[in-house]
Design a protein around this ligand. Structure first.
Ligand SMILES: [Zn+2]
Length: 94
């Protein structure tokens, strides 16, 4: 079974009189959490790229039903498609 973040117990008391602190275990846990964090960041970057490419395809192929959004904070883009939820801006999806 693979180790997960939930397997690591957190003792934030740092009370060495209650139980001895195993520094090597703390270092191992820290290293494992850093590795897990880096893997998650890499996965998020892969997903961002896949979402971006998928949105390019959606933008290209959706028939789009543009809807005006006066509350849009963007000056140049105030229309979004009510079907695919993308904004009407060619530059973003090319
Ligand atoms: Zn659309």
């Amino acid at each position: 079974m693979n180790k997960s973040i939930e397997d690591i117990s957190f003792d934030e008391s740092n009370d060495c009189y209650v139980k001895p602190i195993d520094v090597s275990e703390l270092i191992n846990n820290r290293n494992f959490m850093q590795d897990t964090r880096l893997n998650l960041i890499a996965e998020i970057k892969r997903l961002d790229e896949r979402i971006k490419n998928t949105e390019k395809n959606i933008y290209k192929h959706c028939t789009h039903n543009w809807v005006y959004d006066p509350s849009s904070y963007m000056d140049r883009t105030k229309y979004f498609c009510k079907d695919c939820k993308l904004w009407r801006n060619d530059c973003w999806y090319n």
